[in-house]
Design a protein around this ligand. Sequence first.
Ligand SMILES: [Zn+2]
Length: 395
Amino acid sequence: MKYAIVLPDGAADEPVVELEGRTPLQAAKKPTMDWIATHGRQGCVTTVPRGFAPGSDVATLSLLGYDPRINYSGRAPLEAAARGITAQSDELIFRCNFVTIVDGVMTDFTAGHISQAEADRLISDLNRALAGRGCRFFSGVSYRNLMVAANASGMDLQSTPPHDIPDRPVAQHWPRGRGSERIRTVMEEARILLAEHEVNLVRRDLGENPATDIWLWGQGRAKKLESFTSRFGVRAAAIAAVDLIRGIAKTVGMDVLEAAGATGYLDTNYAAKGAAATAALSSYDLVVVHIEAPDEAGHLGDAAAKVKAIERIDECIVGPLLETLRRSGEWRILISPDHPTPVARRIHTDAPPPFCMAGHRVHGVVAEPFSEAAAAASDLQIDSGHELMEYFLRS
Ligand SMILES: [Zn+2]
């Protein structure tokens, strides 16, 4: 049996006024996803257990079959795994965003999607300036970087994801809790370094958002998880551009494959991802493809971009995968957004997202195109998200 799983990040949504009351999923032309929903099943899955913040870290762990209540240790350790960064048990790993804060307001949690070269340069200067504070900074992708704090066994912090406070005051959202003073000091010293940095002077000249601040969040300690192969008995590979998903895949022992031109943004090379995924089906039992673009469109509040991203995923990834699967023997396919990122809200919500699946012995009951409403009306509702994988592989 061959399995394909497509994770269109943040693709679930709510009715949008500019789409005449349809959701982006309803407005998008997505013949293959609709074929899957009408020839198979759709339903909703609770990917974020009560008490957890709705994020791709928690939601994707659920979708891959791991109960976040047992297996989640923070977002940053998962991203660190993607980069091969190891930390001591008394170290705390943070996500370190470059952000733009103007007059105390989080105006851009991506610092204008700062270029890799600029981000790399800022990271190396932060390392020079703040090594004495017991901090090690690591480059990631664009604004998404990491920081490891040494001697942090006594730290017990709460922090706020910067994408949860777009255009809102940051004052109440600085890291808080035991040991937070040291982290706030690091953020303050970074701000001083960044204020006059040449990278920012150039960005301001060009009218781009400067990286005024680092924002530390998503902290946690490294944790080992049971491998996907030992849990489910299939050999799996993952294709993803963003560190978080690559890190989750590596943490559960999946092979992480490369796709040329995958960016983790709206300009990603969808066709390259589709080609890499279909090729992987010849050597693996299961392939997971994650696409960040719909989530980014949601954060931008751009309904048209979200519709476009869903259409490209359908055309360039889901289509070729289904075609390849249908030429192989027994197969199943699953399309499952991790969480909604409604364009009207521009943040994640914890509403259970829709999924659809088709293939060997998956029999449809109601033939409806894939949408949030059709999935919600289905009798297939999975309350513990980590049980969806079991259902997909074994039912
Ligand atoms: Zn997001």
